[in-house]
Design a protein around this ligand. Structure first.
Ligand SMILES: Nc1ncnc2c1ncn2[C@@H]1O[C@H](COP(=O)(O)OP(=O)(O)OP(=O)(O)O)[C@@H](O)[C@H]1O
Length: 487
């Protein structure tokens, strides 16, 4: 097989041939005459101009299909490849919703014999677009239908929606079978997957896009499956943060926050990564502002600790104060989202503390490390994961010139930002984004605090009111089916 497939019609850059199908027609040398005349009658209805009569000297094959199409601005929407052993030119992919698909007569696996009477067997597929480019008006394809029709294969394909976790530009992807047929998207876009029979390359279109023709994009290994739902508000909300793993929490000594080894989870391809987190990027500030702006609507979970209660502290306000034995029992029973040690004491955030906030009807604001996100990534919590990122260094210098932050975890902000703090913040944010970016549904740049807060508030409002809401398929209790049937 030729490693690459090609579009039947070239792109604009190559001088795209317009081809729209005013009507289509097919016949088979062995097919029933009655059926053909019915098809022709149906196909001719409402279309203009009339196509010329079918050629008499059709290829002498057992089963040949002739498809006549009228050119227009729309590309054909199919790709071709060459069968390395037989030299045949094969239809590699028919783009769903495209013109070829609309005919219902051109299918994946069909062998292309002639274009406008010009034999194409043993030709390089790249030679076909110029033939089409020279055609005027009607284009006639002579094809040998595939032994197994793709209609049969596609019959049980279920509809699937995904939210993309990365930017994708087919022009930059050396692996894509056909760049011109690629679908460009940005992280966070909602795509409707219209064909996922191919394990590696799906066909998709942007949700809500008026153009019905699908494009080729990478398969589910690279995106997260989501389904369409009108379910209510997603009550949990999370701010991504620099962190500590399960086993080290917010009061960690600084050095352990800055250089940790993380082990990737199920959808985290990288393992044993060196990661450090943006410190002082403004998570606490944004959370504080959200809580003040609407205390009845937002809440934070109360953490557990084994340290002694201080004079002015109250049980269940700053912390739940528990014995070491109780804490360790909770660890064993997987009750913590994350927990850790600091100065001889345990600290941790429990799943129940999040449940308590949501049970009060509030949106729970959480600040966790990426490798614990999966603990909450369930139908029960429906988290929305947002990554707060620093702006450019120039903007940091300007916006943080009067700010102070915690040099250590003491009670008061103790230090003004230095140049190296900004550099660390930007470097660690970049590392975090590149290694965990696939987990973030939204990136918020915290430059000017008022603008960042307003953007955050608006995003949360949108999230609570938007219809439809998009959630992972698993949360809807619906498994993604792989419907490909190999015969
Ligand atoms: N956009 C901003 N403009 C100016 N100052 C800011 C901005 N965002 C945060 N700050 C200030 O920067 C300091 C650090 O912010 P904050 O404590 O919220 O960071 P953090 O991400 O929670 O970091 P840490 O967890 O290390 O405390 C605070 O004094 C805060 O008021």
């Amino acid at each position: 097989m030729d490693g690459c497939s090609h579009p039947l019609l070239p792109t604009n850059r190559m001088g795209r041939v317009p081809a729209k199908f005013l009507y289509v027609r097919s016949f088979s040398t062995f097919s029933v005459q009655g059926l053909l005349s019915v098809h022709d009658t149906v196909a001719r209805k409402g279309y203009d101009p009339e196509l010329p009569p079918l050629p008499d000297d059709t290829v002498g094959e057992d089963s040949v299909r002739i498809v006549s199409l009228m050119k227009s601005q729309e590309p054909l929407g199919a790709t071709l490849k060459r069968d390395g052993s037989s030299g045949a030119v094969i239809v590699a992919r028919v783009m769903k919703g495209g013109a070829a698909d609309a005919t219902g007569l051109i299918h994946e696996g069909d062998e292309l014999r002639e274009v406008n009477g010009v034999p194409v067997e043993n030709r390089n597929p790249e030679e076909i677009p110029p033939i089409l480019a020279q055609s005027q008006g009607v284009v006639t394809f002579t094809v040998i239908p595939a032994a197994v029709s793709t209609e049969e294969l596609s019959a049980n394909e279920s509809e699937l929606f995904v939210r993309t976790l990365f930017d994708y530009d087919p022009e930059q992807d050396p692996a894509i079978p056909c760049r011109q047929a690629g679908l460009r998207f940005k992280r966070g876009d909602i795509l409707q997957i219209v064909s996922h029979r191919d394990d590696t390359w799906w066909q998709a279109r942007h949700y809500g896009d008026r153009n019905p023709r699908a494009g080729v994009c990478k398969s589910e290994r690279c995106v997260t499956g989501i389904s369409f739902t009108t379910a209510g508000l997603r009550r949990s909300f999370r701010l991504g943060r620099r962190g500590s793993g399960s086993g080290s929490v917010e009061e960690n000594p600084p050095e352990s926050r800055w250089r940790r080894k993380e082990i990737g989870g199920a959808c985290q391809a990288p393992t044993y990564l060196e990661v450090c987190w943006p410190e002082g990027v403004g998570l606490s500030e944004l959370k504080r502002r959200l809580l003040i702006s609407d205390p009845d609507h937002f809440g934070v979970p109360v953490p557990h600790t084994t340290r002694e209660k201080r004079n002015r502290e109250e049980e269940g306000v700053e912390y739940h104060f528990v014995s070491r034995q109780t804490f360790e029992l909770n660890i064993v029973n997987h009750r913590f989202i994350e927990y850790g040690h600091h100065r001889g004491n345990y600290y941790g955030t429990s799943l129940d503390s999040v449940r308590k906030v949501t049970a009060e009807g509030k949106v729970c604001l959480l600040d966790v490390q990426p490798n614990t996100i999966h603990r909450l990534h369930t139908a029960e919590f429906k988290p929305y994961v947002l990554f707060v990122k620093p702006p450019s260094i120039g903007e940091l210098r300007f916006s943080r010139r009067k700010a102070k932050f915690f040099a250590t975890k003491e009670t008061k902000p103790t230090k003004t930002f230095r140049e190296e703090d900004f550099e660390d913040m930007i470097g660690s944010a970049e590392a975090m984004d590149s290694q965990y970016g696939h987990l973030f549904e939204r990136v918020l740049v915290n430059g000017d605090i008022v603008s960042a807060f307003n953007e955050l508030r608006a995003e949360l409002r949108r999230l609570e009111t938007e219809q439809p809401q998009w959630i992972p398929v698993e949360w809807a209790g619906r498994a993604v089916q792989n419907t490909e049937t190999l015969c």
